[in-house]
Design a protein around this ligand. Structure first.
Ligand SMILES: NC(=O)C1=CN([C@@H]2O[C@H](COP(=O)(O)OP(=O)(O)OC[C@H]3O[C@@H](n4cnc5c(N)ncnc54)[C@H](OP(=O)(O)O)[C@@H]3O)[C@@H](O)[C@H]2O)C=CC1
Ligand SMILES: O=C(O)[C@@H]1CCC=N1
Length: 267
């Protein structure tokens, strides 16, 4: 049976989700993708690229899923209250991707009748690797959203308190930062940028694949690679001295705190 999706906010994250839904049309057919979006330029691009139908804050078409995709700095409460007026809780499941914005807070405006699922997706939606964290309200069950969520990656159903943590873990940004620094390191040491990029990308994929194949933590493989008094252990010592691990850990902790603060301060 084909589905009908309604997105409020048609920005970067929603665009990445819609791209994935279209890509998985065989496993998750959709009749309609409606998008309610302030920016005319964004809606024009979504229509041209993905055949979405533009709607207004008065629209109330039949929808299996309404996804709230505005920012925590936008009028999230106003959007949720408007959803409650327009859609039928017996028919429609509401999904929110708003960082930091809790189920309790959403229910203050939406009411408690809707099946509501708070998720944290990421933009790795079309490569089948990205993980979404998902937390259900009292009315919702996995079956309400599982097929939809699986169109844009893997799904981890977790306690709601872990949603902010997954948000601050912030896939895939840390990896992008690492690749950026690694490629620059190669260039600094004398490699042409295209060669540094090729080695960095394949090594990241290869290293990850090998860790999965061996089912071990990196320390086991580092012990094989680092010979006594050699190159690898010298590199490890330098990374330790420069606070490499602490830098990553501090960044994740700060991002978790920022997520919670954004949600707490949101309307
Ligand atoms: N980007 C990411 O990697 C991730 C984002 N998220 C969450 O997704 C949400 C969107 O983020 P992102 O896509 O990056 O942000 P964007 O700024 O790209 O998209 C938000 C869009 O919503 C529009 N908008 C604002 N208010 C309304 C409204 N009342 N009705 C309709 N449209 C509206 C904005 O228009 P205008 O700009 O004109 O105001 C903008 O086009 C956020 O809550 C974020 O926390 C979650 C996980 C990952
Ligand atoms: O940067 C942001 O605020 C959003 C929230 C999580 C991912 N992107």
């Amino acid at each position: 049976m084909a589905h009908s999706l309604y997105f409020i906010g048609g920005g970067n994250m929603v665009t990445a989700i819609i791209a994935a839904v279209r890509r998985k049309a065989d496993q998750y057919p959709v009749d309609h993708i409606y998008v309610e979006e302030i920016s005319q330029a964004r809606i024009d691009a979504l229509k041209a690229d993905y055949g979405v139908e533009a709607t207004t804050p008065e629209s109330a078409p039949d929808a299996d899923i309404v996804l709230i995709g505005v920012r925590p700095q936008d009028d999230v409460a106003g959007v949720a209250a408007s959803v409650a007026k327009r859609f039928d809780p017996a028919r429609t499941t509401v999904v929110s991707i708003v960082a930091g914005y809790t189920i309790d807070k959403l229910e203050d405006s939406l009411g408690k009748d809707f099946r509501l699922v708070r998720i944290i997706p990421n933009t790795l939606t079309t490569v089948d690797y990205g993980y979404s964290g998902a937390a259900l309200n009292a009315k919702a069950s996995k079956e309400d959203v599982d097929d939809f969520l699986n169109t844009f990656g893997k799904v981890l159903y977790v306690e709601e308190r872990l949603i902010d943590v997954i948000t601050g873990f912030y896939p895939p940004n840390i990896v992008y930062h690492f690749i950026d620094a690694y490629v620059d390191a190669g260039v600094l040491a004398g490699l042409p940028r295209d060669i540094a990029r090729a080695i960095a990308l394949d090594t990241l994929i290869g290293g990850t694949e090998f860790l999965k194949q061996r089912d071990v933590l990196p320390q086991v493989l580092l012990n094989i690679n680092n010979s006594p008094g050699g190159v690898g252990i010298t590199q490890a010592y330098t990374l330790n001295k420069t606070g490499f691990a602490a830098a990553i850990q501090s960044a994740v902790l700060a991002a978790v705190e920022r997520t919670t603060a954004l949600g707490a301060n949101a309307k």
